[in-house]
Design a protein around this ligand. Sequence first.
Ligand code: SF4
Length: 285
Amino acid sequence: MDYLARKYLRAQKIPSSACSGCGLGQVHKKVLLAIDELGLAIGDIVWGTGIGCSGRQTFNTWQGDNFAGTHGRVYAIATGLRLALPPEKKIILTVGDGDAFGIGLLHLLHSARRNVDMTVIVADNFGYQSTGGQYGLTTPSGAVTDSSPYGMQDPNWVQDGRDILDILRGAGAGFLARHTSVEGQNAVESIKQAIAFKGFSLVHIAYPCITNFFGKAFGSRNPVAAYRWITERTNPPAGQNVDGIIFHTGIYHVAESRPEFSAQLRKLTEALQKEGQDETDGDLN
Ligand code: SF4
């Protein structure tokens, strides 16, 4: 991380304020690796962050332009920026599972529906960890959390036949992928494709929250046990799944080309301006 951190992150933001052993740094590193391998410069990217651990720990870390939004609003701000900025400028957002799949879901779905050119990295720590560890929309079924002392009973977005990526695909998302923080270059490749995609792209990356999720669900803050738990459930060989929690990873969906929202509006604006100019020229003649 050192080389990437020095090259792309603000010195005063290093080291991160995340808890010791937190997997969020692995997620952030994969995005930086993807940027590096794509050969993008600091000025090529505007970086937005949401709320919660993923937003707080990555907020204002990028050496270039940054912005932040409350739950869900980061997509709305990104849409406005997409319309205002040159089309070649990349917009990357780091948000959490609560922001993307819970409180901010409606904004996210509308960004997918409009096919706004942005890349959303959902850093998923299995619940609302920055507020002490309440269950959320990706908390494994039955997990003990601060708000589910007898095990979570609320159906989540990732088990029992439900998949939030299906919902996003139905809404029109162009590029969707899922990974875990313990994966390597395959996750970086997906992020690279997402950033290069002209339209709405999202990469969902699960990572271990040592302090709250593992501390409460497993009664231990041992990072080794946490990383073993997530590794064993990342694409396990058939028959080796112990509790039904499986992270099937890789690229989930790439759409046929759809018109990108800002490009469509830009085209319309140019046509209207030309029409107006023709009318003015006609009046002068
Ligand atoms: S509370 Fe959990 S997710 Fe948040 S920084 Fe600490 S270990 Fe990471």
